[in-house]
Design a binder for this molecule. Structure first.
Ligand SMILES: [Zn+2]
Length: 272
């Protein structure tokens, strides 16, 4: 039984400010170590839940954060950028997925480093008309492969959004967000206990947790932060303009829609 663990960074316990998750800073060097430690806790939970294969996908920024030399020796690691499925590369062939270090969607009050996909270029994302964050979008990508998301960790606001959108998924809250860049993290012993136990419970319950199924002909709408970013993204022939800052792409399924949305983001990222 194969478990995919997608690890982002904003929702790791202890992370508060933007420089904590920004490569090239002294703070980042501390927190990539703690990110690796939470991946290890999740892996321990997965093994305890019956996994015989654990694949960790580095999902933050350039996706080269996790320290391989400190990662659980039995776990495989997917690292690096330009992966077709991005944060959930490895979903095909997995029996269930776990999201660690995730964060609330863009525009959430008192949420740790809230954003959706891009902090700079985009605000709201909608999948088939429903506002989504990274947890919901990636759960839908996993769902395409029949893979349920069995546990998600991060702050209390992410926890609330996951409870509302992903039925049955175990919610692991490791910190309370006080402001966008201020958090109250639980003690490290409690964080360790919660992640290990939450992941184990989720993995054991994987057959009772339904994958998120998206209808054929999926639509993703991206609201860019500035019209100029939308102008660049609109170079993609499949992009349809909804309004000055919002573009829409369709796909025959959610994965195809995601690939087109990802391309729009790359075009937008070529601007300033
Ligand atoms: Zn991130």
């Amino acid at each position: 039984m194969r478990v995919l663990i997608s690890v982002d960074m904003e929702g790791i316990a202890g992370v508060s400010g933007h420089d904590d998750v920004s490569p090239g800073t002294a703070q980042y060097e501390r927190f990539r170590r703690l990110m690796t430690a939470e991946a290890n806790l999740a892996a321990a939970g997965a093994w305890a839940g019956g996994a015989d294969s654990v694949v960790v996908n580095d999902s933050h920024d350039g996706m080269r954060n996790i320290l391989y030399e400190e990662l659980d020796e039995r776990a495989e690691l997917i690292s690096g950028y330009n992966k077709p499925l991005g944060m959930v590369e490895g979903a095909a062939g997995a029996d269930c997925a776990v999201f660690i270090g995730y964060h609330a969607m863009a525009g959430t009050a008192q949420a740790a480093l809230d954003h959706t996909i891009s902090t700079v270029q985009t605000h709201n994302w909608y999948l088939n008309g429903v506002r989504v964050g990274e947890a919901q979008l990636n759960a839908a990508l996993c769902g395409h492969y029949g893979v349920p998301v069995v546990a998600v960790s991060g702050d209390d606001k992410l926890g609330r959004q996951v409870r509302e959108s992903l039925p049955g998924t175990r919610v692991i809250v490791v910190k309370e967000a006080l402001q966008r860049e201020a958090v109250r993290s639980m003690g490290r012993a409690e964080v360790a206990r919660l992640i290990r136990q939450g992941v184990e419970d989720g993995v054991r319950a994987r057959e009772q947790i339904a994958p998120i199924r998206t209808s054929a002909g999926a639509t993703i709408q991206v609201e860019f932060s500035r019209a100029g970013f939308a102008d660049l993204a609109a170079i993609l022939p499949e992009a349809r303009r909804v309004d000055d800052r919002t573009l829409e792409v369709e796909g025959s399924d959610v994965v195809e829609a995601w690939r087109r949305a990802d391309l729009m983001l790359r075009l937008a990222g070529s601007g300033h």
